[in-house]
Design a protein around this ligand. Sequence first.
Ligand code: UT7
Length: 329
Amino acid sequence: MSKITAAITAVGAYVPEYVLTNKMLEAVVNTSDEWITSRTGIKERRILKEEGKGTSFLAIKAAQNLIDKKGLDPKDIDLVIVATATQDMKAATTAAYTATSIGAVNAFSYDLGAACSSFLFGLSTAASYIESGRYKKIVLIGADKNSSMIDPLDRATCIIFGDGAGAVLIEPNSEGLGLQDEYLRSDGIGREYLRAEYGGSSNPITKEAIEQRKQYIYQDGKTVFKNAVFNMADVASKILERNQLTKDDITWLVPHQANKRIIDATANRIELDPNKVMLNIEKYGNTTSATLPLLLSDYESQLKKGDRLIFAAFGGGFTWGSIYLKWAY
Ligand code: UT7
């Protein structure tokens, strides 16, 4: 009997309609289109404006898009994982509401959090279930409403982050396609450099904290940048080495979209032709858990069965990693 691997067999996506451009940000904070474009590669981002709608709204839309495209019966889904850093509410799992809303009535569901590496870590989790034979159809959604935790008046963060969601279906494959290898890491030393200090269990929200705007994300951009450049490049090159792949064997690098300069540094380290690097940061900014599935959605029409994809991500915590996957359709 041939070995069962875990393959991505469908992709869906959703971004909110509201477009926040660099020019619009110029009117709110002391910045410029020129600075943002040259320092990050971002031109615009999407924001979920409607009151009362959270990350599940984005996740449901992305999953629904996948279901419609694939002609999937949601009753056949075994598990729904929502990879996110911005759950709808504390205590109530965003994934449960998402699964029920898409009609996945036979599935169980849970949220998975690893900041910007959530989707990658979720891919590893989902693949393990499939490889073991325990489940057959897993919907993994990367979704984040970053605008809910970003200070609109902080130019260090408001220029970077956007809202969005992407979803993939993961199923068994007997042709050797799908996930081939992974190298995933974390280091808690990073938590002081990218975090919302108040609003979690360590420091519940207070009136004073709100007055000091401490419920919002703080980022020491330079430190995060340095760590992201080193670690994303490091794990990507390790995955290549471990699987005896050269730059010519790679069809696509699928890098987390946080800053175009981090992406370029990762591609340079493995000496990859820029044409092989998936990129959409200019239109969405950093959508945290959604960047990788949004890339897959944007590039889906260019992907071919057997293509070799190298995923790489880095995020808060710190968390980071790389996955080598062969495209299955
Ligand atoms: O998803 C994972 C987590 N996030 C990341 O991976 C993001 C990592 N960090 C970054 O992408 C970059 O550090 C930023 C884009 C956040 C900042 O870029 P930078 O090149 O590291 O800028 P900097 O913080 O070193 O600031 C350079 C200058 C400073 O001015 P002075 O001191 O040189 O006069 C800043 O005050 O740019 C100034 N600056 C800005 N100017 C205009 C900082 N932010 C802005 C801004 N607009 N938005």
